[in-house]
Write a protein that binds this ligand. Structure first.
Ligand code: IPM
Ligand code: MG
Length: 358
């Protein structure tokens, strides 16, 4: 029996609807396994710009720092696309990642058996399923490097610098090897070492870290080749570790090959046990407020929270099993609907999953 304080950044678009179902699932887990979850709703993203003129109010960051973990729905939408620079909703995400020191982003790409039809690749390529974990560096590289404008060879130019320190590479590599030890003990480090100095350094440090993990097989791959291999032969991958920008791109590709982006959760972790958990999908403003969004990615994000931040493996398993059983019973939200299945809305999907938890 334990007590946990969770800051909830519901955000924009479908964010509030899907986090509501995630909260319901956590409350059900609390009842069944005798834990108490306290939820503290805080503002960030476009809604925060509207209400207080800032995408990430200082109060929000403070509350998130105090919490045992953060549950995030989604931020952004076309309404704020014309807002320039520092107050864009996406900046709230970057500010939370940096402010909470969340340097390791775990993005699983898994094909659920019941949904193997949704995968756009041929069955002979996916075989009995795909289970890849992308470990993306999240607080360094070109996202956070020096940026600005300067006078260049052809007049004014804009620049963003990609830089990685040994410390940053070492800690994310350790993270990747640690999770690989819990999985199939294979790490693919993705870089562009044939061109970039920062990638050559990345490769050197990752290779050094690998020596502490003799059981784990390490291979290196250029990012262009990795993008190709993900569709050519995705089964060769177990854990992929890569930089912030390459991880951003490859994780979208990997999620698409599962055919079910509405189902994929993610975890952002730092030095402390606290983390931030969110669906991989965005705020989907076109379907917001219609009770048709898929809450499964948000719900599975809570399973990751229980596992990685609260060390409640049994409870996390219970959520994953409930999701699997509801899918196997033929219930689908519209995004994953196929012939002969029962279409349900956001709330009903949440309720079915709650009811299936044992
Ligand atoms: C992601 C998103 C963000 C990123 C954007 C919204 C800042 O694409 O989480 O992958 O680039 O990291
Ligand atoms: Mg992205």
């Amino acid at each position: 029996m334990a007590e946990f304080h969770i800051a909830v950044v519901a955000g924009d678009g479908i964010g509030p609807e899907v986090t509501e179902q995630a909260i319901a699932v956590l409350n059900k887990i609390g009842d069944l396994f005798h834990h108490t979850f306290h939820f503290n709703k805080v503002l960030a993203g476009g809604c925060a710009i509207d209400e207080v003129g800032k995408c990430l109010p200082a109060e929000t960051l403070e509350q998130c720092k105090k919490a045992d973990s953060v549950l995030l729905g989604a931020v952004g939408g076309p309404k704020w696309d014309t807002v320039v620079g520092v107050q864009r909703p996406e900046k709230a995400l970057l500010g939370l990642r940096e402010g909470l020191g969340l340097y390791a982003n775990l993005r699983p790409a898994i094909i659920h058996k019941a949904l193997s039809d949704a995968c756009p690749l041929k069955p002979e390529i996916t075989g009995d399923g795909i289970d890849i974990l992308i470990v993306r560096e999240l607080t360094g590289g070109i996202y956070f490097g020096e940026k600005g404008y300067r006078e260049g060879k052809y007049g004014q130019e804009a620049f963003d610098i990609e830089a990685y320190s040994e410390m940053e590479i070492r800690r994310i590599a350790k993270n990747a090897f640690d999770v690989a030890m819990q999985r199939n003990k294979k790490v693919t480090s993705v870089d562009k070492a044939n061109v970039l100095e920062s990638s050559r350094f990345w490769r050197k440090i990752v290779t050094e870290v690998a020596q502490q993990y003799p059981e784990v097989e390490l291979n290196h791959m250029y990012v262009d080749n990795a993008a190709m291999q993900l569709v050519r032969n995705p089964k060769q991958f177990d854990v992929i570790v890569t930089s912030n920008i390459f991880g951003d791109i490859l994780s979208d590709e990997a999620s698409m090959i599962t055919g079910s982006i509405g189902l994929l959760p993610s975890a952002s972790l730092g030095q402390t046990g606290a983390g931030m958990y969110e669906p991989i999908h965005g705020s989907a403003p076109d379907i917001a407020g219609k009770d048709i969004a898929n809450p499964i990615a948000a719900i599975l994000s809570t399973a990751m929270m229980l596992k990685y931040s609260f060390k409640l493996d049994k409870e996390a398993d219970a959520i994953e099993k409930a999701v699997t059983s509801v899918l196997e019973s033929g219930y689908r939200t519209t995004d994953i609907m196929s012939e002969g299945m029962n279409v349900v809305g956001t709330k009903q999907m949440g309720k079915l999953i709650c009811d299936a938890i044992q």
